[in-house]
Design a protein around this ligand. Structure first.
Ligand code: GUN
Ligand code: ZN
Length: 422
């Protein structure tokens, strides 16, 4: 088993224990380390789940995804605007129905757990009931979820639009109802600058001032044409990042999805303000949005997490997403350290969500969200695992060849919520 004590650029390689045990009690990790050191401290009545030959890691953190888009995965389109207009918006309109939303949220939750994701930052739709449904489904498994109602008051079908005032009112009510209840956290969720009037962004900023511990979650710089539209709509601003910055929507606790086409100044601004980025490689490849610059993000020490971005993304699996992040980096001529990819999928994602004091690590005191991976889950993985040269090499093979089949078990707050028979 292994976990990161911090960013491997600063704190070095992960803690690696070859015959390890994680002791959980009341939803927390009370001890983790070598079996030979800890077995005497395990209470006689403890239930032991042995996983010989497996890899135990902190649960995966998905830093950007849309639960109401599950049913529009793999819908063909000519880029993001076409995809939103032809597929995503029509599907999101169905989430006006609380029953449809409840079924969708449960399906999505189960997919996440099957793939080893124990925490996610989730877009709902503009309907408040869609947020209730996601939080209720997560609470049923005691799962830590951060989600929010989408704020959007222009450039989309009427059935999805709210107004700045209604968006403010409904978001404030949802924050009161859910934020800090059990493991639920709220994110103020303006869809993206083109779909938000200045008044809607002001409303988001007011919510943030009134609730400084909730997150802000939106999209930025996914395509060149979207950036051009932002310049047209906000001519007084100095680019896309500045639109959010001017409205008080940047800084620690803000997660911006995509950031495929940021300028050098915008990378520096992300670093200087402590704004986090969700890198969504399968989505960017599927829609043809462009190639994220992980090397520059890393060089600037920008906080980055990985996002599946379902439904533009093509997989629920953080393993597939990490493998795609490697491939996108290669297409930009860079070879990231495999350990960086695993950091992004676990503790880096937790840091982006300002939750790294609670999740993203197997160190004592953290919440007991963890994943058991089978490095021999498929014949191809088994052959490659037999030839792994070191932990980093094994983890690289798991990211490139692995998917939900490699997730043997998922634990949330110490309870096994997914178990795959070999
Ligand atoms: N930009 C604004 N909304 C969306 C969305 O739902 N998906 C993607 N990929 N980009 C967006
Ligand atoms: Zn998205």
């Amino acid at each position: 088993m292994f976990w990161f004590d911090g960013d491997p650029e600063q704190t070095g390689p992960p803690v690696w224990v070859s015959d390890g045990v994680v002791v959980c009690q009341d939803g927390r990790i009370v001890a983790s380390g070598p079996w030979t050191e800890l077995y005497q401290r395990i209470p006689a009545d403890a239930v032991v789940h042995p996983y010989p030959g497996h890899v135990i890691t902190a649960g995966f953190v998905d830093t950007h995804t849309h639960y109401p888009q599950t049913n529009v995965m793999a819908r063909q389109a000519d880029g993001v605007t076409d995809w939103l207009n032809r597929h995503a918006y029509a599907e999101e309109a169905r989430f006006a129905s609380p029953d449809y939303a409840a079924t969708g949220a449960e399906t999505f939750r189960d997919e996440m757990l099957r793939n080893g994701t124990t925490t996610a930052l989730v877009f709902a739709t503009s309907h408040p009931a869609s947020v209730d449904a996601m939080f209720a489904a997560a609470a049923d498994r005691n799962m830590r979820i951060v989600a929010g109602k989408v704020l959007m008051d222009r450039e989309a079908p009427a059935g999805l639009l709210d107004t700045a005032e209604r968006g403010y009112r409904e978001s404030a009510a949802l924050i009161d109802r859910w934020h800090g209840q059990g493991r639920a956290g709220y994110a103020i969720t303006p869809r993206f600058a083109p779909a938000c009037s200045p008044a809607a962004l002001d409303a988001a900023a007011t919510l943030r001032r009134e609730h400084p511990d909730v997150l802000v979650h939106t999209h930025i710089a996914e395509t060149e044409s979207e950036i051009a539209r932002v310049h047209e709509l906000f001519p007084q601003h100095d680019g896309y990042f500045d639109v959010y910055h001017h409205h008080g929507l940047t800084g620690p606790g803000t997660v911006l999805a995509h950031a495929v086409h940021l300028t050098e100044d915008e990378w520096a601004a992300c670093r200087d303000t402590g704004t986090a980025i969700a890198h969504c490689p399968t989505s960017n490849l599927f829609l043809g949005s462009g190639l994220f610059d992980l090397r520059t993000a890393t060089a600037h020490a920008v906080t980055v997490g990985l996002g599946t971005d379902v439904g533009a993304g093509t997989s629920f699996s953080p393993l597939v997403t990490a493998g795609a992040a490697h491939q996108v980096a290669r297409l930009r001529g860079w070879t990231p350290d495999p350990l960086r990819l695993w950091y992004l999928a676990t503790r880096g994602g937790a840091r982006a969500l300002r939750l790294d004091d609670r999740i993203g690590s197997l160190a004592e005191g953290h919440e007991a969200d963890l994943v058991v991976l089978d490095p021999k889950a498929t014949p191809a993985l088994a052959r490659r695992a037999d030839r792994a040269e070191c932990l980093a090499d094994l983890l690289f093979a798991l990211a490139v060849l692995g998917d939900d089949r490699a997730v043997r078990a998922t634990y949330v707050a110490g309870q096994r919520v997914h178990h795959r028979l070999p």
